[in-house]
Design a protein around this ligand. Structure first.
Ligand SMILES: Nc1ncnc2c1ncn2[C@@H]1O[C@H](COP(=O)(O)OP(=O)(O)OP(=O)(O)O)[C@@H](O)[C@H]1O
Ligand SMILES: O=P(O)(O)OC[C@H]1O[C@](O)(CO)[C@@H](O)[C@@H]1O
Ligand SMILES: [Mg+2]
Length: 950
């Protein structure tokens, strides 16, 4: 069958080969005469450039094939007869594309019914029999025409080529898919999305992904405006059909463009009954709710009550029996959007990390003024009854003290506890004090602890010059950080999949993230667990409340408490278990390296270990014996600083002089080593592990904490610094896109770092909505470039008047050495035929990111503390690697004492360097063998409307 390549940004590219000149001409005639395309013959006399406007498109005389939902009463031929009598172009059509690439249209039922009545057609058809039914238009070559579904922005620019290629067999020419052959075209949903509760950065990205994924998968997409309020009020003002273009540019916008509300009516049964009726009236058979714990509790209640609501509507004759049958199962799915991160069963809610980023930025700023005046600041953060924001902000800014609802101190002694810690910090020379108070903070008797309470204690007992800063709604504002854009987008696509795969016997899902993996969890369970946290707190069972939060929350809480009391009081380990551990940075700087060193050192202090830093990498050690024992005050504030305070470079131990390295390891009697870095750090660990047979000094446990913006370290799907880098690139892309859009008709080629890994280019594409990304793993094939230029031409061609027509293309520097960014821009400029221009933008080392992101800071702490635990646990094993003759025995167990600490899918894991280096590494290319992010590319391309040539 000739190929039909639909684009999803308002255009279609129909690429086919006519086997004969006669068929070629017939096809052109079909497009020009029947479909009213304008044809522009190209010089070769074989190609023609065809364009049309939506209104001009009138397929009333075209061949039409119909397909019906299986539950329809009428047969295809019956409907076919009806259709033949209709003047189709008067009826609103929505073109959609199936996953298979087949394009079809749904006639709006209202239009059709009117038409039937007006024409006095004697075929009596009920709406539920016909809605939706699908019309295929077939050209003389048997191509099912591909046009996308874009309200009033419809444009078609198929490029038709005449070719003498092998003739298409007649049976293939007319291989128009019948209903049975189109599994994806089955009963597609009318999917509505709504946002509810407090707005959260990333909600727009979620809505965009849901709308576009739904359209891409052949569904109709709707938005319910103003949260549950809109559902209760109903009607076209609140429940609106959305097109592909309606959500353009939403990735970079804060808040929620479809509005949100706190709706008391929905908490009442009558409100939910009205919502049920409004959904049915609008023909919506699936609902995706993006909101927090409250919204999803409401969604869960709505789902469980649906059978009784819809029965009541039937009994009171508010809906017909047919409507009852059609809508009797509510297909619902939750995507969790709230800055509070208070929903169980997911590690993160959409918006939480953006809010955290805003809080950290504010505290970083406050730090400077606090330091200048030697002041104390009491900072109130949001989070309702959840302490996640306060805890994570405390970790990320190394605050002195935090108050969270899950861990109240007794009303009597929180004052002592706080004053003890704050005064110790001051005694050791700290000039400022930061105390973070969650808005839901309580004492053990459940009475609230307010900022004023805290201020009074700091002033009265410690005589500190103290101020209160309530961050307020600043925390919810602004654009989403890269993580939230990614999370919201992936959750949106997963929610549409969950809806399409849902059935009455599958419990309604909630889309979650666990470590790095998007998963479906039963909504009802998640709501139940969330409620249990509140119950546990109200019963003063705080241990249970904490255990019900996710694992990361628990770990962070323990870590925070260990770190903020480091270096005073009795260490947690007995003297005989205290060791001498060292840390080193290797490779290019990456956000979070300093936080890793800080956390390592403070955690070591809390355990009683001596913490050493090796300055300037292995080269520094070999040249300058650059070892220093770490002092608490020296490292104060490092969490918030970018780069590497202890210095980093790419030289490996072998390049530096491995013998000398071993000598110094021996001299300082290191009992364990943490290497923080990227691929050179990985190679260094490999060299040290291999050298254990020759150098006893290396028979110690060693851990690599991956830290590189390229995120190319084998054994992990996340490296410190990659999030900081993504944020800086996404910000950069937002600015450049703004410039391109303002200039109109401009495309920027943005060149990314990443070595031979296309990770950052791919994720930046996902998070910025760029049209395409070229990565080393795929290279830069010319046919794809040609297609992308075509896509750009078509979309610029269709941009009219007010449309913001800036476009971005991302190119990993190593995607092609020949096609540099400038050459790419030159090619695009010469191919664009004046429709638009292309320029390059090269962010260079800006990508290392300046101030590290909250994610990199907090994960650095988690990694570092886990790594110290590994050193403690594996010391004996590594030291015991000699037999009775004093010979080194590298058993598997011993070799597993040199590991990479990574995150893979939903787990944090230590993986042996031997296994990784020998089996999972492409040494020459300096990347891991398996690519874990190819799905991301597919999703980014799908949502940007890119046509990918296999
Ligand atoms: N128990 C419930 N039953 C029915 N609807 C509910 C219930 N709880 C909440 N809702 C609905 O969800 C809306 C939003 O809930 P809520 O104000 O708790 O915000 P949220 O979704 O938790 O988000 P956030 O906490 O981030 O603001 C409520 O205004 C109400 O319409
Ligand atoms: O914006 P509102 O309605 O005042 O609500 C504030 C609340 O909403 C949140 O920002 C999100 O739930 C909470 O952290 C805060 O308690
Ligand atoms: Mg909530």
């Amino acid at each position: 069958m000739p190929s039909v390549t639909p684009l999803f940004n308002g255009t279609s590219f129909v690429n086919f080969f006519a086997p004969t000149k006669e068929l070629y001409e017939k096809t052109i005639k079909f497009y020009t005469d029947i479909l009213s395309f304008e044809a522009e013959q190209e010089d070769d006399g074989k190609s023609v450039w065809l364009t049309t406007d939506y209104d001009a498109y009138a397929p009333d005389t075209a061949t039409i094939k119909l397909s019906l939902n299986p539950d329809k009463a009428a047969t295809v031929s019956e409907i076919d007869n009806v259709i033949k009598n209709l003047n189709l172009h008067k009826i609103k059509r929505d073109w959609r594309t199936l996953q298979s690439g087949v394009v079809f249209t749904t006639l709006h039922i209202q239009g059709l019914i009117n038409k039937l009545e007006k024409n006095k057609c004697d075929y009596q058809v009920r709406p539920e029999e016909l809605d939706p039914f699908e019309v295929y238009v077939v050209d003389p070559l048997g191509s099912v025409l591909g046009f996308s579904s874009l309200k009033n922005s419809f444009g078609i620019s198929p490029r038709t080529r005449y070719s003498n290629k092998e003739a298409v067999k007649p049976e293939e020419q007319l291989m128009v898919p019948e209903f049975d052959e189109l599994p994806e075209s089955g009963p597609k949903r009318n999917i509505a999305v709504m946002t509810s509760g407090g707005d959260a950065p990333g909600m727009n990205a979620n809505v965009r992904a849901i709308i576009r994924a739904a359209i891409y998968k052949g569904c109709k997409a709707f938005a319910v405006y103003e949260g549950y309020s809109g559902l209760v009020k109903g009607g076209p003002k609140y429940i609106r059909e959305m097109s592909w273009h309606d959500v353009r540019g939403w990735l970079a916008e804060g808040g929620t463009n479809i509005g949100t509300a706190r709706c008391m009516e929905f908490k009442e049964r009558w409100g939910r009954l009205a919502a049920c009726k409004n959904m049915i009236d609008a023909g919506i058979d699936a609902l995706i709710v993006c909101g927090g714990d409250g919204s999803l509790t409401g969604a869960d209640l709505f789902r469980s009550e649906w059978p009784s609501l819809i029965s009541e509507l039937k009994e009171t004759k508010k809906i017909t029996t047919e409507q009852y049958d059609k809508y009797k199962h509510l297909n619902i799915c939750g995507t969790v959007g709230s800055i509070d991160n208070d929903m169980s069963s997911t590690d993160a809610t959409i918006g939480a990390y953006s809010s955290l980023a805003r809080i950290c930025q504010a505290i970083d700023y406050i730090d400077a003024t606090a330091n200048s005046h030697q002041r104390a600041f009491v900072i109130e953060v949001m989070g309702r009854h959840c302490g996640w924001l306060a805890l994570m902000a405390g970790m990320a800014t190394s605050a002195d003290y935090i108050f969270i609802p899950e861990l109240p101190s007794s009303k009597k002694d929180w004052q002592d506890h706080m004053c003890n810690i704050v005064s110790k910090h001051r005694e050791r020379g700290k000039r400022k004090t930061i105390v973070i108070v969650a808005e839901g903070a309580i004492g053990a008797d459940l009475t609230p602890i307010t900022c004023k309470d805290v201020l009074n204690v700091l002033v009265d007992r410690l005589h500190l010059d103290t101020r209160i800063t309530t961050l307020g709604h600043v925390q919810r504002g602004g654009t989403a950080v890269a993580y939230d854009r990614m999370l919201a987008t992936l959750q949106g696509v997963a929610a549409v999949d969950a809806i399409l795969e849902g059935s009455p016997d599958i419990p309604s899902p909630m889309i979650s993230i666990v470590e790095n993996k998007i998963v479906r969890k039963p909504l009802v369970e998640a709501v139940k667990l969330t409620k249990q946290v509140a119950e546990a707190i109200s019963k003063k069972d705080f241990q249970k409340a904490i255990s019900l939060r996710d694992t990361e929350f628990n770990e962070h809480l323990k870590n925070f408490m260990a770190m903020n009391t480091a270096d005073f009081g009795e260490p947690t380990l007995p003297p005989e278990k205290r060791k001498r551990f060292a840390i080193i940075n290797v490779g290019a700087p990456a956000g979070g390296m300093n936080a890793a060193v800080y956390s390592f050192a403070t955690f070591c202090m809390s355990r009683g270990h001596t913490a050493y830093a090796i300055d300037n990498g292995f080269a520094g050690l070999a040249k300058h014996e650059s070892v220093r024992s770490m002092n608490w005050l020296d490292i104060e504030g490092w969490t918030s600083i970018g780069g590497s305070e202890i210095g980093t470079n790419r030289t490996t131990p072998e390049e530096s002089d491995i013998g000398l390295i071993a000598y110094y390891f021996d001299k300082y009697k290191f009992d364990g080593l943490i290497i923080v870095g990227g691929f050179e750090a990985f190679s260094s660990l490999n060299q040290l592990e291999k050298a254990r047979s020759s150098y006893p000094a290396f028979r110690i446990p060693m851990v690599l904490i991956p830290a590189t913006i390229s995120n190319n370290v084998p054994g992990t799907e996340y490296s410190l610094g990659s999030d900081t880098c993504l944020n800086s690139l996404v910000d950069y892309c937002d600015s450049i896109k703004q410039s391109a859009a303002a200039t109109r008709k401009r495309c920027f080629i943005i060149e990314c770092h990443g070595g031979n890994s296309g990770y950052i280019a791919s994720y930046t594409q996902l998070c910025s909505g760029a049209t395409a990304s070229y990565v080393p793993e795929e290279g830069l094939p010319l046919h794809q470039l040609e297609q992308d230029v075509e896509t750009l031409k078509v979309s610029f061609h269709n941009d009219k008047g007010k449309s913001k027509s800036g476009r971005l293309i991302l190119k990993s520097a190593n995607a092609s050495k020949v096609l540099t960014s400038q050459i790419l821009a030159d090619i695009i400029n010469s191919e664009s035929e004046g429709l638009f221009d292309a320029k390059t933008a090269i962010p260079g080392h800006v990508q290392q990111g300046g101030i590290p992101s909250a994610i990199d800071r907090t994960r650095a702490a988690r990694f570092a503390i886990k790594a110290v635990g590994f050193l403690e646990d594996n010391y004996d094993l590594a030291a015991d690697s000699v037999n009775e003759f004093g010979e080194f025995v590298n058993s598997q167990e011993v070799s597993e004492t040199a590991c990479v600490l990574g995150i893979e899918r939903s787990h944090m894991k230590f993986k042996s360097i031997r296994q990784l280096y020998d089996y999972e590494t492409e040494e020459g290319k300096r990347v891991r063998k398996s690519i874990f992010w190819s799905d991301i590319r597919d999703i980014a391309d799908m949502l940007a409307g890119r046509v990918k040539i296999p």
